[in-house]
Design a protein around this ligand. Structure first.
Ligand code: NZQ
Ligand code: ZN
Length: 389
């Protein structure tokens, strides 16, 4: 294992009724002005908005609404939220939604108190957040990104066509509330997309050095098996609490830094997907679904023992009479088959990308991971994108 320092400051409230039981308490130590942030309105249809606002009103909170946060939140939207927060002397932000809402809120929490240009200083290049952002609490309504228990925020700057993320510990939400019942209304498309995002986060960490036996990889294997088991159940029966609760916690576990301990981490597929998103505004999990099998066909020979372990430990593929290389390749194909089975797209054209000429510009704009089993070049990323087309 590599050396590590671990800290996670987010307090988690998990389970049925957790918002009703704990939200008032969780907000009590902050002032009265609450910026209530949410997306395009799903929370108004499924009753979550009414439940949350009723609690805030009972507590005498002054609610300032910040709505219509889009999937793949933009820097422009962040500045809109920051302006609202400053004008209304907001004391605490309450984000109710998925990764897009939570990420936008983290960036707003920084932009509302920083005198600096947070894009230039913190997203465009890694900075050090040595100031206290506004306090943020989140109520999760869709599983996938794991943004609820880390300081990560992925923001798109449309002007320069860059979508990128940073994880600043000071941006960890003060608290995260997760009631799996809130995810019963998530569409099959978003359920599959979020499920694949969870799997992707775990794989991006698992497929990286060191390869020798370690606790983080063991936890990752258990998490991957749980997602592979529970995602099809949630798709078939959206109100299955066991499946939804396992997906919700697996999503958090994948991104709360625990399985990264002692590991390098890759995230090359994410780097490519983020630029696909910057150019096409595609759904995050959909982009990953298209990229992962193709990317892994490119690198698995450079991490054979781990890919062979993935085949046997995660997919239960028999090793009888097979070389390590055969087994590793079968693991990658099992992943590709799973992606097809849960109805995710397998080509960029299905994501609406019709202009092949755009691929070079996208490839050239991608960051290169230093944690991959084999370091990519921009040319190889273009090959991958072309194979995905
Ligand atoms: O906007 P509304 O109307 O609320 O609808 C949303 C949205 O259309 C809907 N939804 C959410 N909860 C629902 C619901 N629909 C019905 N019932 C509910 N209970 O789901 C749709 C997608 O929401 P979104 O927040 O965009 O999805 P997700 O959680 O996948 O977040 C995606 C964003 O997070 C970034 C992605 O790049 C993308 O921008 N990521 C953030 C990460 C992080 N902070 O650590 C890591 C990830 O790798 C990822 O990059
Ligand atoms: Zn992701």
């Amino acid at each position: 294992m590599n050396n590590f320092v671990f800290e996670n400051s987010t307090k988690v409230y998990f389970g049925k009724g957790c918002v009703k039981e704990y939200l008032a308490d969780a907000l009590r130590s902050y002032g009265n002005n609450v910026l209530l942030a949410y997306g395009g309105g799903s929370i108004k249809k499924n009753g979550i908005y009414d439940e949350v606002t009723a609690i805030l009103e009972t507590e005498g909170k002054n609610i300032i609404e910040f709505s219509n946060i889009m999937a793949n939140p933009t820097y422009e939207k962040v500045l809109e939220g920051a302006k609202l927060a400053k004008e209304n002397q907001v004391d605490v932000i309450l984000g109710v939604g998925g990764g897009s809402v939570m990420d936008c809120c983290k960036a707003v929490a920084m932009a509302a108190v920083s005198q600096e240009d947070v894009w230039g200083n913190f997203w465009a290049r890694p900075g050090i957040v040595d100031f206290e952002p506004l306090p943020l609490g989140v109520i999760v309504t869709v599983s996938g990104t794991g943004s609820e228990m880390n300081g990560g925020a992925v923001i798109t700057n449309e002007e320069v066509k860059v979508k990128t993320g940073r994880d600043y510990p000071k941006c960890n939400p003060k608290f995260a509330m997760m009631n799996p019942e809130y995810t019963f209304t998530v569409s099959p498309k978003q359920t599959a997309s979020g499920g694949l995002d969870i799997l992707s986060h775990i794989m991006e960490i698992y497929f990286s050095e060191p390869n020798e036996d370690n606790v983080s990889d063991g936890i990752s294997e258990a998490l991957m098996k749980s997602v592979i088991r529970n995602l099809p159940i949630a798709l078939k029966n959206p109100s299955n609490y066991t499946a939804r609760s396992n997906l919700m916690w697996a999503s958090t576990m994948a991104e709360n830094r625990i399985i990264k301990l002692g590991k390098k981490t890759d995230f090359q597929a994410h780097q490519i997907e983020h630029q696909l998103g910057a150019y096409t505004d595609c759904n995050h999990g959909y982009g990953l679904a298209v990229l992962h099998p193709v990317y892994y066909r490119h690198i698995y020979k450079h991490g054979l023992s781990k890919f062979a372990g993935f085949a046997t430990h995660v997919w239960g593929i028999s090793s009888d009479g097979k070389t390590e290389e055969q087994l590793a390749a079968e693991g990658v194909e099992a992943l590709a088959e799973f992606i097809r089975e849960i109805g995710l797209p397998t080509t960029l054209r299905e994501l609406g990308l019709t202009d092949k000429a755009m691929l070079k510009e996208i490839a050239d704009s991608c960051n290169i991971s230093s944690g991959s089993y084999r370091r990519m070049t921009q040319e190889e990323i273009l090959d991958i994108l072309t194979e995905c087309f």
